[in-house]
Design a protein around this ligand. Structure first.
Ligand code: CA
Length: 403
């Protein structure tokens, strides 16, 4: 992803919790709805309410199943907890000395094991200078606000500082899905995305509950190529998510012309080729040197067996690096339910979309002003959506609706 602000660690916990804080009841941890809306609020006027900030860039906000706390990924290598919208003084995890951060690199992803409450396991995605690493971590047995540490389980060699993917999420099948970028540079210089022997430019799928010989995980028997690869042909799937029905919604960051949204139902996902770097969006991408240009003959590209995007947004219209979001499945704002919200790193815009019966996408530009330099738009385990920003400090906003 381009334009992601370089972030410098400023470790100042005092006064780091900004935004509109509310006075919470003592039993805030036990109520099963966000503090802002203990009863549903009708309306279609969408706003983003800042609930806090963290010293480094805020890459993602998510939470374990059934857990009312919000866990925020700080690009510099920390995971911080908001409890009742209050930033907790002690970081949940600090691996800042074990990673390389800045630009598009750093601690980029977090996913809690579906049985986190019982096994205390969670997974992170971070970068080194020459690899993207997925690590298994565990929480303290005695302190739910403190992680013990992480063990790398998969390292994907990388050759450039950009296009690192970074999103990880568990599917309904219990497997961990991992989004990797094409490695970087420009124009897919090493042709990784279409190379099924390379784990870059892919959505991977692994079984973290199993162990193949020599591995810290197992490759599911029904993976299409008998490797970790689940889908291929991606450039930089910076942010993506599963809907509750198993559909995957991917924001794949484009090269010089087109940002794309890909939506695949569960039956469409296995082995899917999303096109890069044969196509950028729906344009034949004649890769020359490190450039993908549209000057070549379109006949050189065949769309056969390629899954085309459901939505394309051009740089000519001000899109530069799409931030894939998530379908709202919360209970607070019933008029948001079923809509997928997404944005762009270059400016504070918001679009909502939903699949029509014919498989095409209905899209609506959401009026209003939304956070600049967003890094993610993702749900907590209750389905509430949060925008986080790659600014310094990184800000966290709750997406809300009102009449
Ligand atoms: Ca890279």
């Amino acid at each position: 992803m381009r334009n992601l602000a370089s972030v410098v660690a400023v470790l100042s916990l005092v006064g780091a919790c900004g935004g509109n804080k509310k006075s919470e009841p003592e039993d805030a941890r036990t109520i099963d709805a966000p503090p802002a809306c203990t009863s549903p609020i009708a309306g279609t006027t969408i706003t983003a309410r800042q609930i806090g900030q963290v010293p480094g860039g805020a890459m993602l906000a998510t939470s374990p199943p059934g857990d009312p706390r919000l866990f925020v990924v700080d690009q510099t290598g920390l995971i911080r907890i908001f409890d009742g919208e209050q930033l907790q003084a002690d970081a949940f995890l600090d691996i800042s000395n074990d990673i390389v951060a800045g630009g598009e690199q750093g601690l980029l992803g977090l996913a809690f094991h579906p049985q986190y409450a019982a096994n205390g396991l969670f997974f992170v995605y971070y970068t080194l200078s020459n690899a993207n690493v997925i690590a298994r971590c565990n929480v303290s047995a005695t302190n739910p606000g403190k992680a013990m540490g992480c063990t790398p389980i998969l390292s994907v060699p990388d050759f450039a500082g950009n296009h690192n993917g970074g999103m990880i999420e568990f599917g309904k099948d219990g497997y961990l899905y991992i989004g990797t970028g094409d490695g970087g540079g420009g124009g897919d210089p090493q042709r990784t995305a279409q190379n099924l022997g390379n784990l870059l430019g892919k959505i991977l799928r692994i079984d973290v509950n199993g162990r193949d010989a020599g591995k810290e995980y197992a490759v599911p028997a029904d993976n299409p190529f008998h490797t970790e690869v689940w889908m291929y042909g991606l450039r930089n799937p910076w942010r993506w998510s599963f809907d509750t029905n198993g559909d995957i919604w991917i924001g794949d960051v484009g090269q010089g012309v087109t940002e794309e949204v890909d939506v695949l139902t569960p039956s469409e996902q296995k082995g899917a080729n999303l096109g890069w770097s044969i196509y950028e969006g729906t344009n034949c991408c004649m890769t020359q040197g490190d450039k993908c240009t549209q000057s070549g003959t379109q006949a050189a590209c065949s769309p056969a067996n390629i899954v085309m995007p459901k939505d394309s947004r051009t740089h000519g219209n001000g899109w530069l690096a799409i931030i894939g979001g998530q379908v709202y499945r919360g209970v607070c704002f019933p008029d948001m339910v079923g809509w997928y919200f997404y944005t762009d790193n270059s400016r504070g815009r918001l679009v909502k979309a939903r699949l029509k019966p014919d498989g095409s996408l209905e899209t609506v530009d959401v009026p209003g002003s939304f956070p600049n330099n967003p890094a993610s738009l993702h749900a907590d385990s209750r389905g509430e959506l949060y925008i986080t920003t790659a600014t310094n400090p990184g800000r966290i906003y709750h997406l809300e609706a009102s009449p």
